[in-house]
Design a protein around this ligand. Structure first.
Ligand code: MLT
Length: 244
């Protein structure tokens, strides 16, 4: 099984992804938020790139009784939106049974970039083992697409990619897993940092942005391993939970 990790959506082409299984990662925080919302009963998540698209779409999915607008720019809630991009905001009291229309700076762009994949999963630290088990069921070649930050590599996504590769090896010792160079670096980074993931992310710009906004709790939540064992899949531009 071949695993290729890409540092951000600007590093990947349609051809790299076509026909493969793809895992999109934006650990801080878009994919952690999507996984949490769906695990808390959200009916579906529609990722969109632009704020205007999100507000127009709300009317077509039943207005504000059926849909919640969520997302961020610069890490902060978008004016006029219901919720920001903190997974801690997405409890059942806000999201149960609703459609979440989500736009974020990097994460939702990366999800859009994966549309030629045969299957696209939404991954993070909090569901990494569920992702690894799903990938092992099909044994198709895999692209792990890190959202990164503004087109650049982000340490928290590298740690998550490394942990997914680590889980793949642990869950299936008999299957040879080939990684490219970046996959190898991510795995080594994870294995050398696994005892203190919070310290490892503190050197990154993603952490710095959230720290400046007083949102360190989000970082602690997002860096936990396998606390939300859910498996979100993109289907027809929507993200839903699938049975494992
Ligand atoms: C993004 O998509 O850029 C992020 O998830 C940013 C954030 O809210 O932390």
């Amino acid at each position: 099984m071949k695993i290729e990790v890409f540092a951000s959506q600007t590093h990947v082409t349609e051809k790299d992804i076509r026909g493969k299984d793809c895992v999109v990662i934006d650990t801080l925080r878009a994919t952690s938020t999507i996984i949490t919302a769906l695990a808390n009963g959200c009916a579906q998540v529609i990722p969109v790139e632009e704020v205007g698209q999100a507000t127009r779409l709300r009317a077509s999915v039943g207005g504000d009784t059926m849909a919640v607008l969520g997302g961020e720019r610069g890490g902060q809630k978008i004016p006029g939106f219901d919720l920001g991009n903190s997974p801690l905001e997405y409890g059942p009291e806000h999201i149960y049974g609703k459609t979440l229309i989500l736009t974020t700076t990097n994460g939702t762009l990366a999800i859009g970039k994966a549309e030629t994949a045969s299957r696209t999963y939404i991954g993070a630290m909090i569901n990494a083992t569920s992702i690894a088990l799903a990938l092992l069921k099909t044994e198709t070649d895999v692209v792990i697409l890190c959202a990164g930050m503004e087109g650049k590599f982000a340490v928290e996504d590298a740690l998550t990619a490394g942990y997914i590769i680590h889980c793949l090896r642990e869950q299936s010792p008999g299957i040879p897993i080939e990684t490219g160079d970046l996959g190898y670096v991510c795995e080594v980074l994870y294995e050398t940092s696994q005892d203190d993931l919070l310290t490892a992310v503190q050197n990154g710009r993603g952490f710095e942005q959230l720290h400046a906004l007083g949102m360190e709790q989000d970082v602690a939540y997002c860096m936990q391993r396998d606390t939300v064992p859910a498996l979100p899949l993109v289907q027809d531009n929507r993200i839903i939970l699938v049975r494992q």
